[in-house]
Ligand binder design. Structure first.
Ligand SMILES: NC(=O)C1=CN([C@@H]2O[C@H](COP(=O)(O)OP(=O)(O)OC[C@H]3O[C@@H](n4cnc5c(N)ncnc54)[C@H](OP(=O)(O)O)[C@@H]3O)[C@@H](O)[C@H]2O)C=CC1
Ligand SMILES: Cc1cn([C@H]2C[C@H](O)[C@@H](COP(=O)(O)OP(=O)(O)O[C@H]3O[C@@H](C)C(=O)[C@@H](O)[C@H]3O)O2)c(=O)[nH]c1=O
Length: 312
């Protein structure tokens, strides 16, 4: 049976992969994390992407046929002060992983971000739109994209955006935490994107992997490349926050609705600049893999449902 190496097992996406049993139908899952611990108390292989040179030893040991890289430096604001570390984790480590994959005929599933774009567009970004990151995180993720593409490895490079889950560090959990303490929140209403749940990403990735597994070498050659794996539709951070509170209130997760004031980006200064228009065109993913990406509100309903069940 093939080994699947899952890097970043404790992140919000990595954890969702492990919680979905289906990944194991593709092979034996070997989970890896920065410190060898697992979110559920189990143990994992150690994979510290801040030391890229150490990764080959792990790769040689595991001999994965598929590498799913869900690990990344994702602290957007902190990256402005730690660009070198972000670039090591999101760029150089990806280069090492991808070169190993190329040499050993493994395929790589790698995730990137809407923050590789400058947000100046007004239509959803197609996969081949020019990249121009505004900040250090986006630059580091772009370095990873370029390293993977240059490596000669077989790959699916899946750009996603505004990721959230019932667990982990994300905007939905931040809103629910702040909303519990405050009667009023101010949230930017002039940055647009598609909130995408980790469940959406996992299910769509598994559909893409199924298509990949059923393809021959020529078909795989045509299939590999960049795809936008985001929920359909779009909203602003303010729209997302409002929907989170409305749905959470309707499911009894919060006793009262906080007021959510729409503000301009300039009124919420942050160390990193964020793209104003982060909407990615997901058509090529849907067409290539015959997989429908539902509206962002559906993903949100499911995550709120999960949280409501957990709260019972
Ligand atoms: N979050 C978002 O909104 C978006 C994410 N993405 C991309 O999706 C992917 C998954 O992100 P997501 O799950 O949200 O991110 P998280 O921040 O939730 O998880 C990232 C994981 O990477 C691990 N990690 C960080 N640094 C290292 C390191 N030096 N060595 C090993 N592991 C490390 C973290 O480990 P630890 O648990 O020890 O901190 C964590 O488990 C990433 O590629 C990200 O860039 C794309 C668009 C939006
Ligand atoms: C907490 C908060 C944030 N905001 C704004 C700040 C920012 O413009 C926006 C989102 O803030 P966050 O810092 O939570 O999100 P951010 O870390 O920028 O999220 C990004 O993460 C990386 C990893 C990605 O790849 C992106 O796709 C995107 O999801 O909301 C408010 O307006 N009010 C608030 O109370």
């Amino acid at each position: 049976m093939n080994n699947i190496l899952l890097l970043g097992a404790n992140g919000q996406l990595g954890r969702s992969f492990l919680e979905h049993q289906e990944l194991s139908t593709f092979g034996h899952i070997v989970a890896a994390s920065r410190d060898g611990a697992r979110f559920d108390g189990g143990s994992a292989e150690v994979a510290d992407l801040s030391s890229p040179a150490t990764l080959s030893t792990l790769l040689d040991k595991v001999q994965p046929a598929i590498i799913i890289n869900a690990a990344a430096y994702t602290a957007v604001d902190r990256a402005e002060q730690e660009e070198s570390l972000a670039t090591t984790v999101n760029g150089e480590a990806v280069a090492v992983i991808a070169r190993w994959a190329a040499a050993h005929h493994a395929m790589v599933v790698h995730y990137s971000t809407d923050y590789v774009f400058d947000g100046q567009a007004s239509m959803p970004y197609p996969v081949d739109a020019a990249t121009a990151p505004l900040g250090a995180y986006g630059r580091s993720k772009l370095a990873g994209e370029q390293a993977l593409q240059a490596s000669g490895a077989a790959y699916l490079l899946l750009r996603t955006a505004w990721v959230y889950a019932p667990h982990g560090h994300n905007f939905l959990r931040t809103m629910l935490r702040l909303g519990a303490d405050r009667a009023e929140l101010r949230v930017v209403a002039d940055q647009y994107g598609a909130p995408t749940s980790t469940d959406t990403i996992v299910n769509a990735t598994l559909a893409a992997l199924t298509t990949w597994q059923n393809a021959d070498a020529t078909q795989r050659g045509a299939m590999q490349g960049i795809y936008h794996l985001v929920a359909s539709g779009h909203t602003s951070w303010h729209g997302f926050a409002s929907a989170i509170f409305e749905k959470a209130h309707a499911r009894g997760l919060i006793p009262q609705l906080p007021r959510v004031l729409p503000i301009a980006t300039a009124e919420y200064p942050t160390p990193a600049k964020r793209p104003a228009w982060s909407v990615l065109d997901n058509k090529s993913f849907q067409q290539r893999f015959g997989y429908a990406l539902a509206d962002w509100q559906e993903g949100l309903d499911q995550v709120i449902d999960t949280l409501a069940k957990q709260a019972r």
